[in-house]
Design a protein around this ligand. Structure first.
Ligand code: UD1
Ligand code: CA
Length: 458
């Protein structure tokens, strides 16, 4: 006997008011359906069929390799969705079919295992939750352990609506019993849909359906609206951050810390408030990030210090310093102990070990060697209107303040540039590049001006 899973993910999600298929909305940087598929896989189930329909191609593309899909071209209800999956799965006699909705990302693998174990010899087991406000959910009608039916909100009587134990679209079925029940259900209900919940009623009439109560209501919270998406996001964020804190990551204020599921942090990393870490970002031990940092797909090395800055596909080396108010664009590489300071923008630039770009600069397509200093206000003029060109700066170079480096250009090791120079020719190693007109002095200028102004007034 094997367990085969069906994930229902074909619905449009009307209540989201969006063209994006509901299950592709993201929580902690991952689509809803990916969370569910991962939970099913983590419960030890190898065969997973995802029912796709609305935005089928995009949903299928978001799935990991090895996950099967079944196309439900018209979304005629959850019962129809599972029937569509079964058509592609061949004979399920003797198998257990686990059914989960694609819109409950907080569902834990342990809860799925618990449901599968609790089914025993029953025709079906369904996960239920006791919720303070059951609005919108199917209500569980039961007699002791035995479920009699699940009644949808719109089809429920007032008395049934008062029931606070709800179905959460998560079921373990005996394969043959499920297949038989799905043939019998109709669509004579408020929504004109084939309800999977009717298969429960059908099985309950003939055999045994067991309720598995006690699911944590947070864990089974579905996403049907943007408000619910935000609520689920907040819970997932809590879960992720708690996990990192347990592993030794210090956070000043988890309520103001945003860490995607794909991010990795080392014990001893420190996060101040208002930090957003996304994509493949990692933060090493002893690094301090924030307050006020957005970092996507960036590597922050051990002992680095980054605050009030934006990093995209950047690498911050060991003990390097960034900010405040720096923008590190893709391809920025900072070697050990280097610095990018206040109001500095970098792109496709390597800053060598111990080198500094402390103030008000733009470094694009540049390579800076070791222990060089870039004076305040220095700009790499890397774009001639047609193409981008490279600037190469050697080791131990002193670039004077307000130098314009007109690329392609190179300043050799130990070279200097004079402040305010427009450097359009290479500077040899150890040389000083100066490009300035000699300063003139106009003596008595102030007095002359004053006389002129006085004449006008007379
Ligand atoms: C469903 C249940 C309800 C339960 C609630 C809890 C039914 C009839 N109702 O209602 O008892 O309390 O979930 O989460 O089952 N889907 C398809 N194809 C379809 C219709 C839906 O794949 O034709 C998918 C959706 O994409 C979604 C899932 O099934 O991921 C559930 O559908 P949804 O419309 O959200 O059902 P609810 O109204 O929440
Ligand atoms: Ca739902």
């Amino acid at each position: 006997m094997s367990v085969r899973a069906v994930v229902m993910a074909a619905g449009k999600g009307k209540r989201m008011n969006s063209d994006t298929p509901k299950v592709l909305f993201e929580v902690a940087g991952r689509p809803l359906v990916s969370w569910v598929v991962d939970a099913v896989a983590a419960a030890g189930i190898d065969e997973i069929t995802v029912v796709v329909g609305h935005g089928a191609r995009a949903v299928a593309d978001s799935l990991p390799e090895g996950v099967r899909t079944a196309l439900q071209s018209e979304q005629l209800g959850t019962g129809h969705a599972v029937a569509t999956a079964l058509e592609t799965m061949g004979d399920v006699t003797g198998d257990t079919v686990l059914v989960v909705p694609g819109d409950t990302p907080l569902l834990r693998p342990e809860s799925l295992r618990g449901l599968l174990d609790a089914r025993g010899a029953a025709d079906a087991a369904l996960l239920t939750a006791e919720v303070p406000d059951p609005t919108g959910y199917g209500r569980v009608i039961r007699d002791g352990d035995r479920v009699e039916a699940v009644v949808e909100e719109r089809d429920a009587t007032d008395a049934q609506r008062a029931i606070t134990e709800v179905a959460v679209s998560t079921y373990a079925f005996d394969g043959a019993a499920l297949a038989a029940a799905l043939v019998e259900i109709g669509n004579d209900n408020a929504q004109g849909e084939y309800y999977l919940t009717d298969a429960i009623e059908c099985l309950a009439r003939r055999g045994m359906v067991r309720a598995v109560a006690g699911a944590d209501p947070d864990e089974v919270q579905g996403v049907n609206s943007l408000a619910q998406l935000a609520a689920v996001e907040a819970m997932m964020r809590r879960r992720i951050l708690t996990g990192w804190m347990e592993r030794g990551v210090w956070m000043q204020d988890p309520a103001r810390t945003y860490v995607d599921a794909s991010v990795s942090l080392e014990a001893g990393a420190r996060l101040y408030a208002d930090v957003h870490l996304e994509g493949g970002t990692s933060v090493a031990a002893g690094a301090t990030v924030g307050p006020g940092v957005f970092a996507a797909d960036s590597v922050i090395g051990p002992g680095a210090r980054v605050w009030y800055s934006v990093l995209r596909s950047a690498r911050v080396g060991k003990d390097a310093e960034v900010g405040p108010y720096a923008s590190l664009r893709p391809g920025t590489v900072m070697e050990t102990g280097s610095k990018i300071g206040t109001f500095v923008e970098t792109k496709a630039t390597t800053i060598g070990a111990g080198s500094k770009v402390p103030h008000l600069s733009y470094m694009g397509d540049a390579t800076i060697g070791e222990r060089s200093n870039i004076g305040a206000g220095t700009i790499t003029c890397n774009y001639d209107g047609y193409e981008k060109h490279a600037t190469v700066i050697g080791d131990r170079v002193r670039i004077g303040s307000d130098t314009m480096l007109v690329a392609p250009v190179e300043v050799g090791d130990d070279g200097w540039t004079a402040a305010g120079s427009v450097i359009s020719k290479d500077v040899a190693p150890g040389a000083l590049g100066v490009e300035r007109s000699p300063q003139r002095e106009v003596a008595g200028y102030a007095a002359r001006r004053a006389r002129r102004a006085k004449k006008k007034d007379d």
